[in-house]
Design a protein around this ligand. Structure first.
Ligand SMILES: Cc1cc2nc3c(=O)[nH]c(=O)nc-3n(C[C@H](O)[C@H](O)[C@H](O)COP(=O)(O)OP(=O)(O)OC[C@H]3O[C@@H](n4cnc5c(N)ncnc54)[C@H](O)[C@@H]3O)c2cc1C
Length: 293
């Protein structure tokens, strides 16, 4: 039994068009996926939801597959636990595997969905930096049709995305990129089951001792996740060494406006950011040379 701060109407459907129709028909209607964030917000009175449109029975929203052009495609209703168990995710995009393997307690992993996490836009979400690392595309559907959003511009600020009212995220696509198979993720938590206060994702490829590909993204330090172009530009073409990775990581905080909350001060977030970027880069390099799988 869950006690909410006010009465709400509950509707459920196994059809995406019907779900979209219900969302547009009822004022204050919101999507219910795993409920791990939404129900908590309703309990403490942070959500204005008046009608819940439960999408859990829409089977077509739950899948993990590789498209012909090597795009790793994940349905929005795919649970964290399903992603963690997927050998495709583990081999094709290890940073995504890392982030899920470090996320949440068993209940949240078994019920929570990738679509719900992305729509929630928690600054510290495990997925945020990984989405930017891959230049992922968020696919959303409304009664007007299908729209795609680039992850770099999808997160507007903390808890806010560019999604319009009446849109449902149907899937997330992780395109192929040079370092996808040697990517890695690192995070810092305050307690074992709390969302991270900061996280970083990185990918690296080395040719003839020099860095020929590098990407770095940071989550939880600024209200929305960011790609660290300055760190990437500093490393590209340089001779690979642990010292080189450590020095470049020190550029992480340049120009970033962090924030303080009950979990951490902005100064702490920024100082951890350097460390996490270094750890993600070093792990990505270890993966690239087969030391860490
Ligand atoms: C105890 C606890 C620990 C947690 N730890 C972590 C952690 O370590 N790392 C981390 O990243 N997160 C953590 N979280 C957050 C959690 O993982 C996700 O935010 C949650 O799984 C969201 O997915 P959901 O399916 O439960 O979404 P819901 O709670 O059902 O929905 C969340 C929001 O997204 C909207 N929504 C859901 N699905 C869609 C869709 N397909 N299209 C459009 N809008 C949609 C809903 O309307 C709602 O506004 C934690 C949460 C709890 C309760």
């Amino acid at each position: 039994m869950v006690y909410l701060s006010k009465e709400v109407e509950y509707l459920s459907t196994n059809n995406i068009v019907e779900a979209l129709t219900l969302l547009s028909k009822y004022k204050g209607a919101v999507v219910l996926a795993g409920g791990q964030t939404l129900i908590q917000s309703m309990r403490i009175g942070h959500s204005n939801a008046e009608v819940l449109v439960d999408i859990n029975k829409i089977g077509e929203l739950s899948y993990i597959k590789m498209n012909d052009d090597n795009v790793l495609s994940v349905g929005s209703l795919t649970r964290h636990a399903e992603l963690e168990k997927s050998s495709l995710v583990r081999t094709e995009f290890p940073a995504l595997y890392d982030t899920i393997s470090m996320c949440c307690d068993p209940q949240v992993r078994n019920r929570g969905t990738i679509g719900g996490s992305v729509a929630s836009a928690l600054p510290s979400s495990n997925y945020s930096s990984v989405l930017l690392l891959a230049d992922a595309t968020i696919i959303a559907r409304s009664l007007k049709g299908v729209k795609t959003y680039a992850s770099r511009t999808f997160f507007k600020s903390a808890l806010t995305t560019v999604l319009s009212e009446g849109e449902i995220i149907t899937g997330i696509e992780f395109p192929d990129f040079e370092g996808r198979k040697s990517s890695a993720f690192a995070q810092q938590n305050i307690t074992a089951n709390s969302p991270p206060i900061a996280n970083a994702a990185a990918s690296i490829v080395v040719e003839s001792g020099k860095i020929s590909h590098v990407r770095v993204a940071l989550g939880g330090v600024t209200p929305s996740p960011v790609r660290l172009d300055n760190v990437e530009n500093d490393l590209l073409g340089k001779k690979i060494s642990e010292e080189q990775l450590r020095e470049a990581s020190k550029l992480t905080g340049q120009g970033l406006k962090s924030f303080s909350d009950a979990n951490a001060s902005k100064e702490y977030r920024l100082s951890m950011a350097n460390v996490l970027v270094f750890r993600a880069l070093r792990r990505a390099y270890d993966r690239f040379r087969g030391v860490d799988i």
